[in-house]
Ligand binder design. Structure first.
Ligand SMILES: Cc1cc2nc3c(=O)[nH]c(=O)nc-3n(C[C@H](O)[C@H](O)[C@H](O)COP(=O)(O)OP(=O)(O)OC[C@H]3O[C@@H](n4cnc5c(N)ncnc54)[C@H](O)[C@@H]3O)c2cc1C
Length: 477
């Protein structure tokens, strides 16, 4: 019996390589996506599997893991983009082969993943086990003008773009002699009253109200932020009272909140709400929910609201060697029961990543798989400055205690000490010296639709994938 097989489950030390094992083909584990779920999974596999037990590969378009919950703070300038881009190569111990690119299709029968490298070259990557953790994209609807006009808050480039765009509206309004143009450049619309949209509106409103002091010709009263949602409440997961507290904080800051309202039509210079109001604006930020990565559809597997329908062990029924998790998968929420599935949050994605690693190791060592069970720890919402609402373990907090919990939680969840130091230093510097409201201009001439930033049309159809794998030696006998 090999040494690995007699190790206890949960042992943290990988076994010593056995002599001669190098000549034996090792199982190939391919992880797709270096987000919360994918990185936790890879790091656990690196720690707990001996290098002779499996070959690990990770497909990622970026060389970092993005700490998404702090994106609104990048948009508002409280944090630099680098501080929430956590390096995948921080340590020499990280032995996984990183393939720079995106998976654009999976043929689960042939056990091949088609990857478009960052050079544009297509490669077929064979696997024995695949972990699908490509996360989600911004969910859109069939609203005229939406996909050409709206900007998201889902990638580092989108956050950097939105910041530059908002500051450029102040610059252009300041330079304009036309009152109508000034008024339209100084109105901003955020759609989506979940935590992502609420935090985005709150952080950016603080940015413009601080920045306008440096523009003596601009009337601060012209700056208007709108936060709208089709739902009757902001952040319903916070509960009635905390949701109302968040609403009150934003109203006091002058954010106009419209509930039960969405967008009927969007254009480059105005947005029409479903209640008939027409808002002259050049800024529409769309954060109305997420949809699973389009990679999911290439498998032809069963889905639940677009997310892969996996078991509680995060295997995909009927598909050998496929695990899926995070925002891309509908993982049964056993702690809630009934037919509940885990919400798309980092809290679940990280823990699911570790559990999938354990289940792959259990598979390799012929042990039973374990289901994923986690009771939600609550929610933290940073509204900028001293304003926050949090509900850790069901306890309702507001103001500074809520802010301390929100920042403390995010800070401790950052993976590396250097990322923690960067974020802390940024927070301190921002608290002491404020923001310089610099518009970098890097993004000004690049296309800026959701499609451009989130590569939503990069994927192959199941037929195209099959064409690539048939005849290339990758098909099943
Ligand atoms: C603004 C904002 C605030 C949030 N705040 C919170 C919060 O406070 N608390 C919380 O718990 N959650 C929060 N979330 C949600 C949380 O970030 C997600 O649920 C979490 O990131 C999901 O983890 P994941 O690993 O499934 O996906 P992600 O972390 O999104 O990772 C997916 C990775 O896959 C990569 N990828 C995508 N497509 C491909 C492909 N085809 N091939 C290869 N790689 C690919 C992406 O580049 C990315 O690196 C927030 C989200 C946003 C947008």
């Amino acid at each position: 019996m090999c040494e690995a097989a007699v190790r206890r489950a949960g042992d943290d030390q990988p076994p010593e390589p056995e002599k001669g094992r190098d000549t034996v083909a090792r199982p190939r584990i391919l992880v797709v996506g270096a987000g919360f779920a994918g990185v936790e999974c890879v790091r656990r596999l690196e720690r707990r599997l001996g290098s002779d037990e499996a070959d690990l590969a990770l497909v990622s378009p970026t060389a970092y893991q993005l700490y998404l919950p702090l994106l609104p703070q990048v948009a508002s300038g409280m944090l630099t983009p680098q501080s929430i881009a956590v390096s995948l190569r921080r340590s020499r111990k990280y032995r996984t082969r990183i393939i720079p690119g995106g998976a654009i299709g999976v043929d689960p029968k042939a056990k091949v993943c088609v990857i478009r490298k960052i050079t544009g070259e297509l490669v077929n990557e064979s696997y024995d086990y695949i972990v699908l953790a490509p996360g989600s994209i911004t969910r859109t609807f069939d609203i005229p003008g939406l996909t050409d006009t709206a900007r998201g808050m889902k990638t580092l480039a989108e956050a950097a773009y939105v910041r530059d765009h908002v500051i450029s509206q102040l610059d252009l309004a300041d330079a304009s002699q036309d009152p109508a143009e000034r008024a339209s450049r100084l109105q901003f619309v955020v759609v989506g009253g979940g935590y992502a949209g609420t935090e985005t509106a709150a952080c950016l409103q603080r940015l413009t109200s601080a920045a306008v002091k440096r523009y003596p010709r601009l009337d601060p009263a012209l700056i208007r932020w709108h936060l709208i949602d089709i739902a009757p409440k902001l952040m319903p997961e916070l509960g009635e009272r905390l949701g109302l507290s968040a609403q009150e904080i934003l109203r006091k800051r002058g954010v106009r909140i419209s509930l039960g309202v969405s967008i009927a039509k969007a254009g480059p210079e105005e947005v029409t709400f479903t209640d008939g109001r027409v808002i002259p604006t050049r800024t529409l930020i769309w954060t109305a929910g997420v949809a699973a990565s389009p990679l999911v559809a290439t498998l032809g597997a069963e889905t639940v609201r677009g997310r892969l329908a996996v078991t509680a062990e995060m295997t995909l029924p009927g598909f050998d060697g496929v695990f899926a998790l995070g925002d891309a998968a509908a993982v049964p929420d056993l702690a809630t029961g009934e037919d509940a599935v885990c919400p798309p949050t980092a809290q679940h994605a990280m823990r699911q990543g570790r559990k999938v690693a354990d289940n792959i190791i259990a598979t390799l060592r012929h042990r039973p798989l374990q289901p994923y069970v986690h009771k939600d720890l609550g929610l933290v919402v940073d509204l900028g400055g001293r304003d926050a609402v949090s509900k850790p373990l069901g306890i309702e907090l507001r103001g500074l205690p809520a802010q301390a919990v929100a920042r403390g939680y995010h800070w401790s969840a950052l993976r590396t000490n250097v990322a923690k130091t960067r974020v802390l230093t940024n927070w301190l510097l921002n608290a002491v010296a404020g923001d310089d409201f610099v518009r970098t201009g890097f993004q000004s001439r690049t296309p800026a639709t959701l499609r451009d930033f989130e590569y939503t049309d990069a994927y192959l159809t199941p037929e195209q994938i099959r064409e690539r794998t048939v005849g290339s030696g990758h098909t099943e006998p």
